[in-house]
Design a protein around this ligand. Structure first.
Ligand code: NAD
Length: 295
C-alpha cells in the first residue's frame, strides 16, 4: 500500500507563519507583543535543548521571550516564589516550567502554582477540567499539535476506532479526551491502552488510528497494525548508534519501516509530532496575549 508521510516540520512552519502574521496584525492594532517565559531548573541536556528551541522559535514569530534558569539545588519554596512573581508580572502573558523537575520538588505543587490564565502548557487542573467540559482552554501542546496534523491532512476521524497507547497526563490522557470530542476532526470511538492492558495487539488490530505515546523504541510492530491504519508516533527515544557522530539516533515508539507499508498515513520520528509541540505552545501564548481564553 502506498502511504503518505505526515510532515510535522512543514505543518509546524505553516503554523509559525500564521502566528507571525497574527502577531503583526495584532500589534499593528495596538495589541502587546506576546511574551513567553520559560523556567528551567537544573542542567538536563534534553530539557536545555527543548527550552532553547522554544525560546528561539519565539523570536522567529515576533514574540518576546524570557528564560529563567535555576540550579537543580533550588528549593521548592524558592521556585514557588519565582512563579508568584511571574504570575504577577503584567508583561508576561504565559509561561512554562520545563519538566521533569528535581525529585525534591513536587511537580503537582508547581503545576498548581501556575496562574491558569498564564498556563500555556495547559497542565493546570483548571485547564484540564475545562478541556473535559468543552470550555475554552489551553490544550496541552503535544495533543493539540496532533489534532492539527489530523486536521491539516484532512484525515477522516469521525466514527473511527482510535487506540491511544499510554495514559500520561501530558500526552495519552488528554489525547484520548480530544479524540472522543464531538467535533469534525474527532468523534472517534476511543480505547485508551496502557501498561496493564490485556492483549494490546487485538486492540491495535481493530484500530483505524493508533496514537503511540509509550516511550519504548519500536514498540508498535507491523503485526499489530491493520491495513490502511493512520499512525501517529509521539515517542522520542534515543538508541545507541556508533556509526553516528553523536553516538545515538532518535526513534519513535513505532517500527516505522515495517509499519509504514500497511498505513495510509504515518508520522516519522524525528519530523512528525515533535515540531508540532513548539508551534502549539506558541499558539497558546498568542491566545494568552490576546486574552482569548481568560478575558
Ligand atoms: P510516560 O512515561 O509518562 O507514559 C508512558 C505510558 O506508556 C504510560 O501511561 C504507560 O501506561 C504506557 N506503557 C508503558 N509500557 C506499556 C506497555 N507495555 N503497553 C502499553 N502501554 C504501556 O510517557 P509520556 O510522557 O507520555 O511520553 C511518551 C513518549 O512520548 C516518550 O518517548 C516521550 O519522550 C515522548 N514525548 C514526545 C513529545 C513530543 O513533542 N513529540 C512530547 C511528550 C512526550
Amino acid at each position: 500500500m502506498s502511504y503518505e508521510i505526515i510532515d510535522g516540520k512543514k505543518i509546524s512552519l505553516q503554523m509559525q507563519e500564521e502566528i507571525a502574521a497574527e502577531v503583526k496584525a495584532f500589534t499593528a492594532k495596538g495589541g502587546k507583543i506576546p511574551h513567553l517565559a520559560a523556567v528551567l531548573v537544573g542542567e538536563d541536556p534534553a530539557s536545555q535543548a527543548y527550552v532553547g528551541s522554544k525560546v528561539k522559535t519565539c523570536e522567529k514569530v515576533g514574540f518576546k521571550s524570557t528564560l529563567v534558569k535555576f540550579p537543580s539545588t533550588i528549593s521548592e519554596q524558592e521556585l514557588l516564589n519565582k512563579l508568584d512573581e511571574l504570575n504577577n508580572d503584567k508583561d508576561i502573558d504565559g509561561y512554562i516550567v520545563q519538566l521533569p523537575l528535581p525529585k525534591h520538588i513536587s511537580e503537582h505543587k508547581i503545576i498548581e502554582a501556575v496562574k491558569p490564565s498564564k498556563d500555556v502548557d495547559g497542565f493546570h487542573p483548571i485547564n484540564v477540567g475545562r478541556l473535559v467540559l468543552d470550555l475554552p482552554t489551553y490544550i496541552s501542546a503535544t495533543p493539540y499539535g496532533i489534532t492539527q496534523l489530523l486536521e491539516r491532512y484532512n484525515i477522516e476521524t469521525s466514527g473511527k476506532n482510535c487506540v491511544v497507547i499510554g495514559r500520561s497526563h501530558i500526552v495519552g490522557s488528554p489525547m484520548s479526551i480530544l479524540m472522543a470530542k464531538n467535533n469534525k476532526f474527532a468523534n472517534c470511538t476511543v480505547t485508551l491502552c496502557h501498561s496493564r492492558t490485556k492483549d494490546l495487539k487485538a486492540h491495535c488490530l481493530n484500530a483505524d488510528i493508533i496514537i503511540a505515546a509509550i516511550g519504548k523504541p519500536n514498540f508498535v510492530t507491523a503485526d499489530m497494525v491493520k491495513q490502511g491504519c493512520v499512525i501517529i508516533d509521539v515517542g522520542i527515544n534515543r538508541v545507541d548508534d556508533a556509526s553516528l557522530p553523536k553516538g545515538y539516533k532518535l526513534v519513535g515508539d513505532v517500527d516505522f519501516d515495517n509499519c509504514a507499508p500497511k498505513c495510509s498515513f504515518i508520522t516519522p520520528v524525528p519530523g512528525g509530532v515533535g515540531p508540532m509541540t513548539i508551534a502549539s505552545l506558541l499558539k497558546n501564548t498568542l491566545l494568552a496575549a490576546k486574552r482569548e481564553i481568560y478575558k
